[in-house]
Design a protein around this ligand. Structure first.
Ligand SMILES: NC(=O)c1ccc[n+]([C@@H]2O[C@H](COP(=O)([O-])OP(=O)(O)OC[C@H]3O[C@@H](n4cnc5c(N)ncnc54)[C@H](OP(=O)(O)O)[C@@H]3O)[C@@H](O)[C@H]2O)c1
Length: 258
């Protein structure tokens, strides 16, 4: 992977959830290449181990930690393990997510609850645990705490067949604003990125079926976004340069929602 934009994140310690695949995997690599120590978290630890081995081979610092973002005890344990290795985390990227597809008529309450547990409660637990530790350390007083939530354009726009997912992402975006206000005087900035559709494990099956092809044809540029599209914004929001930016929602969607 080649980073087209660079920010110097040397000295930062960053946790990325959902780092075992897709954009979380990319974010972990990108942050490490920019100088941050990286904690790569997800449930599939063998994938995280391979990612961290690659980062270390390229001269970066990274450790893999198993974490279920929907589970509070697992989240606290992951932060404990991360702190033992790298000290207090000052940069949190709450990226883990799932997306059950289909009409709401056919979705079970379990589909709904699981989506909310991972996408909304997971982002909350990840952000809150990170912020608690930043506040308890000197990070809170330096104003260098950074939390980036990963939302989705489906939180603001009505796409077909993703009711719990879109609702969870709308809630993530509003939670980002509310957390930003809550922590405005605690030295922690909270911002949300709402990406458009990209090709990752989450969406790969969609492009094989008529519904996905029709969706793609409806985009003004009739294309998916490349997964590197978020790189500069992610690095900016994790850097000291974004000190005056908090409580913002950034759409990066190649015009898909125009
Ligand atoms: N792809 C898109 O078009 C698109 C567009 C807008 C927003 N997004 C958002 O981008 C984020 C990343 O998605 P992606 O496209 O990269 O999909 P992906 O490749 O399917 O990655 C999802 C990641 O979430 C992790 N995850 C799922 N449940 C988890 C749990 N309970 N605990 C910890 N980690 C969990 C998975 O790891 P494990 O299974 O190993 O735990 C995986 O690493 C998501 O929040 C998604 O909603 C994606």
């Amino acid at each position: 992977m080649r980073a087209k934009f660079t920010f110097d994140l040397t000295g930062r310690t960053a946790l990325v959830t959902g780092a075992s695949s897709g954009i979380g995997h990319r974010f972990a690599t990108l942050l490490a290449r920019s100088g941050a120590r990286v904690i790569a978290a997800a449930r599939r630890t063998e994938r995280l181990d391979a990612l961290c081995a690659d980062i270390r081979k390229s001269g970066g610092e990274a450790i893999a930690i198993g974490m279920d973002v929907a589970d509070e005890a697992s989240t606290v344990a992951a932060y404990d393990a991360a702190e033992r290795a790298f000290g207090v985390i000052d940069t949190v990227v709450a990226n883990a997510g799932i997306s059950p597809a289909g009409s709401a008529l056919g979705l079970s309450v379990d589909d709904f609850d699981l989506t909310m547990s991972v996408n909304l409660r997971g982002a909350f637990l990840t952000a809150r645990e990170g912020a608690r530790r930043m506040v308890a350390s000197d990070i809170g007083s330096t104003g260098s705490g950074r939390v980036v939530l990963i939302g989705s354009v489906t939180g603001q726009h009505a796409f077909q067949g993703i009711v719990p997912y879109g609702a969870s992402k709308a809630a993530v975006a509003q939670m980002g604003r509310l957390l930003a206000k809550d922590w405005a005087t605690k030295g922690i900035n909270v911002n949300t990125i709402a990406p458009g559709y990209m090709e990752t494990d989450m969406t790969s099956e969609l492009w094989e079926i008529e519904k996905g092809r029709a969706l793609l044809e409806g985009f003004p540029r009739q294309r998916l976004m490349q997964t590197d599209a978020l790189d500069p914004l992610l690095l900016y929001l994790c850097s000291d340069a974004s000190a005056p930016v908090t409580g913002s929602l950034f759409t990066v969607d190649d015009g898909q929602t125009l």
